[in-house]
Ligand binder design. Structure first.
Ligand code: C5P
Length: 271
């Protein structure tokens, strides 16, 4: 009986695992299948939302009716999310985002014949016996954290736009100015994060909820065979901003998705 409770809402869901290029043929990736994110998008569509699904590569077919945006790297995902949340009510950040990327992806395929011990490798004891290739990584931006500032700034702009007389619309097609058909941005973007942990799930989850000032954080232990990466079922804990914690039983990812939207809907209020 939840049909239509997201009608008129714009939601953004991210899914999949980002890929960071090492050279033109290789990347650093992770084990995210995208199943949970695609299930979240499908459930939001079924409840009447307008859904933009921003996904890193997966083997899945996007749900019919979703606006599908394919990205590869964390930086590309950040850009796509930034654009999407400008008019969204909810961001569900389910993607497994790479925390690091190669500092300087090679412009040509790295050949083993070109391998030579660099200074880092020489310092390594193993380098005496084995050929070592050192890959330098740099920290990626945290998308959720970036949006903490961004959404606050945008919310101010939106509030100002509502109270001030509308400026004359520009006629240029490429103008980013909002037309009168674009609904005013919601007062506040509801942000939901995920935590995939192999240990100390609950304590890391509480930290993350606070650090990223999320409305909800969904945590799962990815070491369970019936939960996490690639699995069709998931066992999750849902942390609420007010300190509340719920433990859900192992369920198919579609049912977990429904349970998550059940908890997001009341947060939307009368935005
Ligand atoms: O800190 P950790 O990566 O465990 O936090 C997980 C949550 O933060 C997920 O919702 C993930 O999508 C999001 N995240 C992000 N940008 C990153 C890393 C994670 O938005 N660079």
């Amino acid at each position: 009986g939840r049909t239509g409770d997201l009608a008129g809402r714009r939601v953004v869901v991210t899914a999949g695992g980002t890929r960071e290029p090492v050279d033109p043929v290789r990347f650093l990736g992770n084990r995210s299948s995208g199943k949970m994110g695609f299930a979240l998008a499908a459930e939001a569509l079924a409840r009447g939302a307008q859904v933009r699904l921003i996904s890193a590569p997966t083997a899945l077919t996007p749900p019919y009716g979703a606006e599908f945006v394919e990205v590869e790297t964390t930086l590309q995902m950040l850009e796509a999310v930034r654009q999407a949340v400008a008019t969204a009510d909810v961001l569900v950040m389910n993607a497994a985002v790479a925390d690091f990327r190669p500092a300087a992806p090679a412009p040509r395929k790295i050949k083993k014949e070109e391998l030579r011990a660099d200074e880092g490798a020489r310092a390594d004891a193993q380098a005496e016996a084995e050929e070592v290739l050192t890959l330098r990584l740099v920290r990626n931006p945290d998308i959720l954290q970036e949006l903490t500032h961004l959404s606050a700034a945008q919310t101010d702009t939106a509030a100002a736009a509502r109270s001030a007389p509308a400026p004359l619309a520009e006629v240029s097609g490429s103008s980013p100015s909002r037309s009168s058909e674009t609904p005013a941005r919601p007062r506040r973007l509801i942000r939901v994060g995920f935590a995939a942990e192999t240990h100390d799930v609950l304590s890391y989850a509480r930290q993350k909820l606070a650090q990223k000032s999320l409305d909800l954080l969904v945590a799962n232990d990815v070491t369970r065979p019936d939960s996490g990466f690639g699995s069709d079922t998931n066992k999750v804990y849902i942390f609420h901003a007010d300190g509340g914690l719920e433990e859900l039983p192992v369920m198919p990812k579609e049912e977990v998705a429904a349970a998550i939207w059940d908890r997001i809907v009341p947060l939307l209020g009368t935005n």
